[in-house]
Design a binder for this molecule. Structure first.
Ligand code: GLY
Length: 358
C-alpha cells in the first residue's frame, strides 16, 4: 500500500510517497517535471536505481560523513555540466541521509537550482533527512556548516529498500521515530514500520509547512538532539545519530521533570517509549559531563546559554538559558553503561547492503 503525504509549500509543494515499490514512480515523476535528462547519484548498486524514462547519467557515491564535503559538490556539478544537464533537467539521489544531503546541495547550487528527487534508502533518511529541504555539507570547522534550503520535487520512500538493513541501521532511524512521540505524533508503538514512517513524515511535513526556515517551530524536530549531537561527537560517532538522539530523549524527559515542566509519569514515558524501540537509554560510561556541556553550548539552538527542546504544558518547545547546574545534576543522575553494551556490541558504519530490493 502506498501512502502519499503532501508537503504544502506553495509553488515548492511536493509529495512524499511511502510504501513498497514506490521507487518505480520515478519515471512518472520525471515525466511530469518535463525533464529530458537525469543525473542519478547513487550510493547503492545500479540495480537499486529505477528506470528514469529519460537519458541518464549514473554517478556512484558513498554514504558517510567523510564524503559529505564541498569537494563532492564541486565534483558532482562538474559531472552534471559534462553530461549537459540543463536547469530544466533533474538530479536524483539514491542512498542514505548523507547522500541526500550532499546531492541536494549540489542540485541547489547547479545553475542556481535544478529539480531534485530523493530516493532515501535508509530508515533515518526516509523518516527525516530527505524530507523538508535542508541540504548541507560538513566543513573542517563543524557538521552541516555550509548548506541551503532546497526542497525536492518528490521523495520516494521505498520500504523495499529497508528489507536488508542491518539492525543498527534500523535503530538509527527508530531513534527519530521514537522522538516523534513527544513532538505531536500519535503513539506509534505497535504500528507497522511503513505506518511509522508515514506518520513521522506527516508530522515533519506539518512542521516544515509552518516553519520552513527553522525560525521557531521547526526546532521541535530537534527533540533529544542537543545531548544527542554532543554524544555523537563525544563518542567519535561510535554512537549512531538515532542511538544518541534516543539517549538525548530520555535525558530531555528527565530535564523537563527537573524543571517542573512535566510530572513523574511524563518523565517515565520518555524511558518507556525509547526502551520500547530497543534503543539505548543510558549514558556511555567514561564520557565526562564537562565534555558534553561544552558541546551542548555549541548547539545551533543555543544563542545564549544552554537550550533544549523540552516537553511542557504547551507541548514541546525550545527552552533557552537552562541553568547549567540543573543540566549537570540531571546528567549526573543518568544511569551509565559501557559503550559496547549500549550499541549491543555491533559494529557501526554504513550498511553493507548489496542485495537488490524486492
Ligand atoms: N532534521 C531536522 C530538520 O529537518 O529540521
Amino acid at each position: 500500500m502506498t501512502t502519499t503525504i503532501p508537503v504544502r509549500l506553495g509553488e515548492r509543494s511536493y509529495d512524499v510517497l511511502v510504501g513498497p515499490g514506490v521507487r518505480k514512480s520515478l519515471a512518472g515523476v520525471i515525466r511530469r517535471l518535463g525533464a529530458r535528462r537525469a543525473a542519478v547519484v547513487s550510493a547503492r548498486p545500479p540495480e537499486w536505481v529505477p528506470d528514469t524514462g529519460v537519458e541518464t547519467l549514473l554517478l556512484a557515491a558513498r554514504d558517510g560523513e567523510p564524503d559529505k564535503r564541498l569537494s563532492t559538490v564541486e565534483d558532482l556539478c562538474g559531472e552534471f555540466a559534462r553530461f549537459g544537464l540543463t536547469r530544466s533537467d533533474v538530479v536524483v539521489s539514491c542512498g542514505g541521509g548523507t547522500t541526500t544531503d550532499v546531492v541536494g546541495l549540489a542540485a541547489a547550487l547547479y545553475h542556481r537550482g535544478v529539480a531534485v528527487v530523493h530516493l532515501p534508502t535508509s530508515l533515518l533518511a526516509q523518516v527525516d533527512a530527505s524530507v523538508g529541504g535542508k541540504t548541507a555539507v560538513n566543513l573542517p570547522a563543524g557538521k552541516n556548516l555550509a548548506g541551503a534550503y532546497w526542497q525536492p520535487s518528490a521523495v520516494l520512500c521505498d520500504t523495499d529498500y529497508l528489507s536488508t538493513l542491518p539492525r543498527r541501521e534500523v535503530l538509527n532511524g527508530l531513534g527519530e521515530i521514537a522522538r516523534c512521540h513527544f513532538i505531536g505524533a500519535p503513539d506509534l508503538r505497535g504500528r507497522s514500520l511503513p505506518e511509522q514512517i508515514a506518520a513521522s513524515v506527516t508530522l515533519k511535513a506539518s512542521v516544515v509547512e509552518r516553519d520552513e526556515r527553522d525560525t521557531g517551530l521547526r526546532h521541535r524536530l530537534n527533540y533529544g538532539h542537543t545531548l544527542g549531537h554532543a554524544l555523537e561527537i563525544a563518542t567519535d560517532f561510535a554512537l549512531r545519530h538515532g542511538e544518541a538522539v534516543a539517549i538525548g530523549t530520555v535525558f530531555a524527559g528527565r530535564l523537563a521533570g527537573a524543571l517542573g515542566r512535566i510530572d513523574e509519569a511524563g518523565v517515565a514515558e520518555h524511558l518507556e517509549v525509547v526502551r520500547h524501540y530497543g534503543l539505548p537509554t543510558a549514558l556511555p560510561a567514561g564520557v565526562e559531563p564537562a565534555v558534553l556541556l561544552r558541546q551542548m553550548h555549541r548547539d545551533k539552538k543555543a544563542i545564549t546559554g544552554l537550550a533544549f527542546v523540552l516537553s511542557g504544558p504547551r507541548g514541546a518547545e525550545l527552552v533557552s538559558d537552562v541553568p547549567e547546574a540543573v543540566v549537570t545534576r540531571v546528567l549526573g543522575e543518568m544511569p551509565r553503561k559501557p559503550l559496547a553494551e549500549l550499541i549491543g556490541g555491533q559494529p557501526g558504519g554504513v550498511p553493507a547492503t548489496d542485495a537488490a530490493p524486492a
